[in-house]
Design a binder for this molecule. Structure first.
Ligand SMILES: Nc1ncnc2c1ncn2[C@@H]1O[C@H](COP(=O)(O)OP(=O)(O)OP(=O)(O)O)[C@@H](O)[C@H]1O
Ligand SMILES: Nc1ccn([C@H]2C[C@H](O)[C@@H](COP(=O)(O)O)O2)c(=O)n1
Length: 672
């Protein structure tokens, strides 16, 4: 997962390969609540691991459910409809799929068994309406107190006392703001059917009906057979009781599939994008997104648990579509619309305005930043195609909304819109995808090809102990980029030579060995032929040997391709001696880092003593001078600033100040 302040996506031009989807958020949180309320233990497979499921799990644990995590599954032992805890404060983040059903379930349990629970979330959750559900619970006779603005969380349900509920008369609930209110009642009211059946009647036209279908199917799996009259009237039979189904499998998230369906439709020109975990047999309403994608031109094939998507019509075809049945996935259509031959109008999407953010306003604002013409209304959005040449590089604000981040990432495919200046796209706060798809960007990068030469590179060259490694790894962490410590390759070659008894002057043998290095970087550990060489790699003596090995042109040539292979999406920070001059001459920013030799020697001394390695200042000064001379005066790729490098003397700069300085230079070169 990328937890950086922003993530820059270079222009992308092709897509192919397979993505395995994380579990559906809607199914995961429903299953968790049902398992938590049921008698017995439920073995939940392929559960989504994300922010929204984590808050649900924390709530269940606080309520006395037992959770046992195994490698492939989560075992949930429920409370069997009996409160184990009578008071708790539950923080539910921005998870509507946790807030609404837990409010209803705890309201009826607290009222009938005596309890009091506070439910709160992030500030945006406190702006998301829940009044219609609260009204329905109050009709029943459940005490519900608004703790801030009436009709919005935070709420307190129950007052510690027991109450008789009015289950004899139908409970009325509005269906035209969020279908989650009805889902919440359907999940909660089986708990109070001891004295007779309980009826729910829906006022107004129910939106997002497919989500109710998911709720009903899952209720059936947990032993509740709801009788119904279409989507207007639902009857929970007397004596309903949750029974664990034993094992339950969570299918992949159909809303998350929409980004990869769109990716295939836009960019899979040769081989398809294959999506695993969700398919034509899906119980999720958002699977119908594929109909919309096909209407726009996508070629879609599928079976049970899989889909394959390729580009069909190109440009895509603009469509007008009522999106009431696919409210979440429909956002993806708004970005696909940029690649269409005419306007795309998405209607009946008023619910977008009360989601993680006001999604109609957010989508319109961000698409306009890219250069698009967008019209928005109370319950629609109309997006004009964005012709080649009209795209602008944009820094996309994501509003703490995972779907904004994932949808807008598709704008990086802009080179496919036609001849014109390709532009990168910046996604602000990429971590917001953690709500449903923590590894979304990693999955995207596995499938796409960047425009040739567009993966950004930042080089940091300089003499030994100037702080290159420290600076480069901080920069890579801040930008979410890969890191190449090129010195480590020379060091590993030197160690391998030592192990094999090869002389450091034997250029041909060294080069042959360097070309076959079995080197693996595993986090901070470095493995050579499976052996952990992390510690020996950093020895001063190894640095000295590396310096001698690196003077040989054939060795440098042997390591050249390996270094180039580190240039992968989304970008690279490379440190060494010749990164800016030889290996990445087209790097966007080249920094040449220096510090006085005295300063460098004293830093290295501190570093070594800190690791318990004996050293003296005089000895280090002599070693550094010798190494500087060899590295700077050798005939091939000497350590020197590239002509277009920026010099940074950090003798009097802290590490943080150096990082800020370089990030400032980097930002100045970005088009955002
Ligand atoms: N700006 C700075 N101010 C103070 N200390 C620093 C600064 N930058 C780096 N250091 C410290 O200097 C030491 C050497 O830094 P580092 O290992 O990053 O250098 P290097 O140039 O990568 O060395 P080498 O070429 O030997 O790999 C480390 O202990 C690091 O914490
Ligand atoms: N791009 C590079 C990186 C390193 N070397 C050589 C010269 C250094 O003295 C030695 C060890 O590097 P360090 O880990 O200290 O950065 O490797 C080089 O020639 N070119």
């Amino acid at each position: 997962m990328y937890s950086t302040a922003f993530l820059d996506l270079p222009p992308l031009v092709n897509a192919a390969g397979t993505v395995r989807l994380p579990g559906s958020k809607s199914i995961s949180n429903r299953v968790l609540l049902l398992a938590g309320l049921a008698e017995g233990t439920t073995d939940v497979r392929d559960l989504l691991d994300s922010d929204d499921t984590r808050v649900m799990l924390a709530a269940l644990e606080a309520l006395g459910c037992r959770l046992q995590r195994n490698r492939a599954s989560l075992l949930v032992t429920g409370i069997g409809g009996q409160l184990r805890t009578r008071e708790a404060k539950l923080f539910l983040g921005n998870a509507g799929t946790a807030m609404r059903p837990l409010t209803a379930a705890l309201a009826v349990l607290a009222a009938t068994q005596g309890g009091a629970f506070e439910l709160s979330g992030v500030p945006r959750m406190h702006e998301r309406p829940i009044g219609d559900l609260v009204d329905a619970l109050r009709q029943l006779g459940c005490p519900v107190a608004d703790l801030a603005q009436p009709g919005f969380p935070p709420l307190r349900v129950g007052d510690g006392a027991t109450h008789m509920l009015q289950t004899g008369a139908p409970i009325r609930v509005r269906g035209d703001v969020s279908s989650q209110f009805l889902t919440a009642l359907l999940l909660a009211l089986p708990l109070v059917t001891t004295d007779g059946p309980v009826t729910i009647e829906v006022d107004g036209e129910l939106i997002s009906k497919p989500y109710i279908d998911i709720t009903l199917r899952l209720l059936a799996r947990f032993g509740i057979d709801v009788q119904r009259d279409g989507y207007r009237r639902f009857v929970l039979p007397q004596g309903s009781a949750y029974r664990t189904p034993g094992r339950i499998h969570v299918e992949g998230d159909a809303s998350s599939a929409s980004y990869f369906v769109a990716l295939g439709a836009i960019a899979a020109t040769d081989k398809p994008v294959r999506i695993e975990g969700v398919g034509l047999d899906s119980i999720q309403g958002d699977i119908r997104f594929i109909d919309a994608a096909q209407a726009m031109g996508a070629q879609v094939k599928g079976g049970d648990g899989w889909l394959e998507v390729k580009r069909g019509a190109w440009p895509l075809k603009g469509i007008t579509l009522n999106c009431n049945h696919i409210p979440d996935a429909a956002m993806t259509l708004a970005v696909m619309a940029l690649y269409a031959d005419g306007p795309t109008r998405l209607t009946d999407i008023a619910s977008w305005r009360v989601k993680e953010t006001d999604r109609i306003a957010a989508m319109a604002t961000e698409l306009r930043k890219l250069g698009a013409t967008v019209e928005e209304g109370a319950d629609f959005i109309e997006v004009q195609p964005l012709p080649a040449g009209a795209w602008r590089a944009a820094s996309i604000h994501t509003y703490d909304d995972h779907r904004m981040a994932m949808c807008l990432s598709l704008a990086a495919l802009n080179p496919l819109a036609g001849a014109g200046q390709p532009v990168p796209v910046r996604i602000e706060d990429p971590r917001c995808v953690a709500k449903t798809f923590p590894d979304y960007f990693e999955a995207l990068f596995d499938l796409v090809q960047p425009l040739a030469g567009s993966v950004p590179v930042l080089t940091v060259d300089g003499p030994t102990a100037s702080g290159k490694g420290t600076l480069a790894s901080e920069l890579a962490a801040k930008l979410g980029y890969h890191l190449l410590d090129s010195g480590a390759l020379y060091r590993a070659t030197a160690l391998a030579a030592q192990d094999a008894g090869i002389s450091l002057e034997d250029e041909a043998s060294l080069a042959m060995m360097a070309a076959q290095l079995d080197l693996r970087f595993d986090g901070h550990r470095v493995l050579l032929g499976g052996r952990d060489i992390t510690d020996p790699l950093r020895l001063e003596s190894t640095g000295g040997m590396a310096s001698r090995v690196s003077v040989h042109p054939a060795v440098r040539q042997a390591l050249f391709q390996l270094q180039l292979s580190f240039r992968r999406l989304p970008g690279l920070v490379a440190d060494g001696r010749d990164m800016g001059t030889v290996v990445f001459p087209s790097a966007e920013l080249k920094v040449f880092l220096t510090a006085s030799v005295e300063q460098r020697a004293s830093r290295r001394l501190k570093q070594l003593l800190g690791k318990g390695v004996a050293a003296t200042l005089d000895g280090l000064l002599a070693d550094l001078r010798a190494r500087d001379e060899r590295d700077m005066l050798r005939s091939v790729a000497p350590c020197k600033p590239a002509e277009d490098a920026v010099l940074l003397d950090n003798s009097a700069l802290s590490i943080d100040a150096s990082v800020e300085q370089v990030l400032g230079w980097w930002q100045a070169r970005r088009p955002f």
